[in-house]
Design a binder for this molecule. Structure first.
Ligand code: CA
Ligand code: CA
Ligand code: CA
Length: 254
């Protein structure tokens, strides 16, 4: 069976060669559309939202189109705020938005104090996009977002992903890296360096089809810490945190 298949391919190649068209082109790589902004990022974030469609909020079940968005600000998260044990699956159990997180660190923190309880100096570095909670991994500057059908444990894929970051000081250190469901890396997209007093940056990517199964979010060059100061505050680490996470409707990944 296998050899017959090969013969068939060989014959096809000969036929194509006779046709003056000897090159069998591989399938083209998916084309990404990138949205990036720093300074006043509102218009670019709105443009990205519009490209994805209306918000499906915390509606359970796979919706035909639209987007999901996590702003970390809802009252439902209050019991977990300003602690280092924010539930990794909060945004597909408590709130059915199809997002789960992993990290090589020790946990996650949803923070209403600009992380001042970790390090008082952070309050002058960080700001929020949506008032007033912001988010980071604990013990690591990396976290991965995986997708599930909203309210279900079914693995899912999305066609778009974007993040608002706070206090990106160094170029090409804060990024989103996208992976397909077979683990193939689709691309890495850096957030622009901050450019105004508020210090927010945005980067987002859309594809035509839902092909993103996992996103690695890298926040600057090191984890937050009581003795870890930012590069613009006399320290050696570019500390960065995130606010709004915006992504396409999670579709069951068969
Ligand atoms: Ca927020
Ligand atoms: Ca800074
Ligand atoms: Ca920084």
């Amino acid at each position: 069976m296998r050899s017959m298949k090969w013969m068939g391919l060989a014959m096809a190649a000969v036929v194509m060669a006779c046709d003056d068209n000897p090159v069998i082109a591989p399938a083209p790589a998916p084309v990404a559309t990138v949205y990036a902004a720093t300074g006043d990022i509102t218009a670019k974030v709105d443009e990205f939202r519009s490209a994805l469609g209306p918000s499906n909020g915390g509606t359970a079940g796979e919706q035909p189109s639209g987007r999901r968005e996590i702003n970390w600000d809802g009252a439902g998260a209050n019991p977990f705020n300003n602690r280092n044990d924010f539930p990794a699956d909060f945004f597909n159990t408590n709130v059915k938005a199809g997002a789960v997180y992993t990290t090589g660190g020790t946990g996650f923190r949803n923070d209403s104090t600009l992380f001042a309880e970790i390090n008082p100096a952070y309050a002058t570095e960080f700001s929020f996009f949506s008032p007033n909670k912001i988010f980071a991994a604990v013990g690591s500057n990396r976290l991965d977002q995986l997708f599930q059908v909203a309210g279900q444990p079914t693995p899912a894929v999305v066609r778009a992903f974007g993040v608002v970051f706070s206090d990106v000081d160094l170029a090409d250190q804060t990024s989103i890296q996208l992976f397909a469901k077979d683990g193939t890396a689709l691309g890495t997209y850096s957030a622009p360096v901050r450019s105004d007093a508020r210090g927010l940056s945005f980067v987002g990517v859309t594809y035509t089809d839902a092909i993103i199964a996992r996103v690695r979010i890298t926040l600057g060059t090191g984890a937050l810490g009581a003795t870890v100061n930012d590069v613009t505050a006399g320290g050696a680490v570019d500390v960065v945190v995130l606010d709004n996470v915006i992504y396409g409707e999670p579709k069951a990944a068969f």
